[in-house]
Write a protein that binds this ligand. Structure first.
Ligand code: NAX
Length: 331
C-alpha cells in the first residue's frame, strides 16, 4: 500500500470545505489507490463546527482516510503537508471597502505563507481558492520565498469547467467531448474565457468550436459574460456561492497537476507568469497549461488575435492594480 499523502484544507468548516473533504477522502483528488491524511484548519469561532466535520469524516468510514487532524493552529495544520488547498479567507461583507477586505486577506496569506514555508513537506504543492485568489497566491509566494514559485497556483479551473459546460449545453454535446477552452487572467469578472482553440470530438473527428457554433455573436458576447458572471448567477439562485462545483474543480486541478493532463488536452491554472504571451512577470495569471510528472508548463505558440489580446491585457491590468492594492496593505 502507498504511503498516505497529507492534504491540508484551510477554511475547512466552510461551504467549500464541507464539499471537498469527502471528495479527497474518497480518492477523487489523488486517485482511488492513494491513502490520505486530512489536515483541517479553521479559526477559533468555527472550531466547534470544524470538529463536527471531523466527526462526520470518522462516521463516513472512508477506507482511504488514514487520519484527520482538525485544528485552529496554523503550525499544527501545516506540519508535513504535501498538498495545501487554501480555502480560508475573509469574505467581502456589505459596506466594506475593497482595501479593507484586501488588507484582511493579505495578513492571512502572509501568516499562512510562513507557516507553510516552515512546516510543510518539501515540494508541497499549493492551490489557493480563497478570493482574491490570484493575489492571495501572489502574497503567499512573496512570503514563502523558499517554496518554489512553480508550486504555488490558484484556482481558475472552475471557470474553465464552466466554459466547457456552456459549450456542451449550447451545442448539445457531451461535456467530456469538449476540450481546450482557456481562461486567461484573473479569477474575477475580467477573466477572458477563450474558445478560439477549443474543439469538440464528433463522430467525424475533432472539430473547432468556432466551426460548430455558427453564431459568432453568441461566442463573442453572451458566452463570455455568462462564464464571467456565473458565480453571481449561482449566488442569486442558491443564495449561497458555488461550493460543490468549486470543490470538484479543485480536485480536478490537483489531480491533473499531480497525475498529468491527457495527451492533447490542456487545462487552465493560475500560475506565476514567466512573461509568456506578453503577460508581465510577477503576476499570478491564468494560462493554458499541460501537466506531466507533477509539473505544469504553459502551452506555447497559440495564435492570439486582436480581440483576445485586448481582453488578456485588460484582465492583466486588473491584476496589476490588485497587486499594488495588496502591497499598499503591507506594513
Ligand atoms: P465560507 O465562508 O463558507 O468558508 C470560509 C471558511 O474560512 C470559514 O469557515 C472561515 O471561518 C474560514 N477562515 C476564515 N479565515 C481563516 C483563516 N485565517 N484560516 C483558516 N480558515 C479561515 O466560504 P466558501 O463558500 O467555502 O468560500 C471560500 C472562499 O473561496 C471564498 O474566499 C470564496 O470567495 C472563494 N471562492 C473561490 C472560487 C474560485 O474559483 N477561485 C470559487 C468559489 C468561491 O467563491
Amino acid at each position: 500500500e502507498k504511503e498516505p499523502v497529507r492534504v491540508l484544507v484551510t477554511g475547512a468548516a466552510g461551504q467549500i470545505g464541507y464539499a471537498i473533504v469527502p471528495m479527497i477522502a474518497r480518492g477523487v483528488m489523488l486517485g482511488p489507490d492513494q491513502p490520505v491524511i486530512l489536515h483541517l484548519l479553521d479559526i477559533e469561532p468555527a472550531a466547534e463546527a470544524l470538529n463536527g466535520v471531523k466527526m462526520e469524516l470518522i462516521d463516513a468510514a472512508f477506507p482511504l482516510l488514514k487520519g484527520v487532524i482538525a485544528t485552529t493552529d496554523p503550525i499544527e495544520a501545516c506540519m508535513g503537508v504535501n498538498i495545501a488547498v487554501m480555502v480560508g479567507g475573509f469574505p467581502r461583507k456589505e459596506g466594506m471597502e475593497r482595501k479593507d477586505v484586501m488588507s484582511k486577506n493579505v495578513s492571512i496569506y502572509k501568516a499562512q505563507a510562513s507557516a507553510l514555508e516552515k512546516h510543510a513537506a518539501e515540494d508541497c504543492k499549493v492551490l489557493v481558492i480563497a478570493n482574491p485568489a490570484n493575489t492571495n497566491a501572489l502574497i503567499l509566494k512573496e512570503f514563502a520565498p523558499s517554496i518554489p514559485e512553480k508550486n504555488i497556483t490558484c484556482l481558475t479551473r472552475l471557470d474553465h469547467n464552466r466554459a466547457l459546460g456552456q459549450i456542451s449545453e449550447s451545442l448539445d454535446v457531451q461535456v467530456s467531448d469538449v476540450k481546450n477552452v482557456i481562461i486567461w487572467g484573473n479569477h474575477s469578472s475580467t477573466q477572458y474565457p477563450d474558445v478560439n482553440h477549443a474543439t469538440v470530438q464528433t463522430s467525424s473527428g475533432e472539430k473547432p468550436v468556432r466551426e460548430l457554433v455558427s453564431d459568432d455573436k453568441w461566442l463573442n458576447a453572451e458566452f463570455i459574460t455568462t462564464v464571467q458572471q456565473r458565480g453571481a448567477a449561482i449566488i442569486k439562485a442558491r443564495k449561497l456561492s458555488s461550493a460543490l462545483s468549486a470543490a470538484s474543480a479543485a480536485c480536478d486541478h490537483i489531480r491533473d497537476w499531480v497525475l498529468g493532463t491527457p495527451e492533447g488536452t490542456w487545462v487552465s491554472m493560475g500560475v506565476y507568469s514567466d512573461g509568456s504571451y506578453g503577460i508581465q512577470p510577477g503576476l499570478v495569471y491564468s494560462f493554458p497549461v499541460t501537466c506531466k510528472k507533477g509539473k505544469w508548463s504553459i502551452v506555447q505558440g497559440l495564435k492570439i488575435d486582436e480581440f483576445s489580446r485586448a481582453k488578456m491585457d485588460a484582465t492583466a491590468k486588473e491584476l496589476v492594480e490588485e497587486k499594488s492594492l495588496a502591497y499598499s496593505c503591507l506594513n
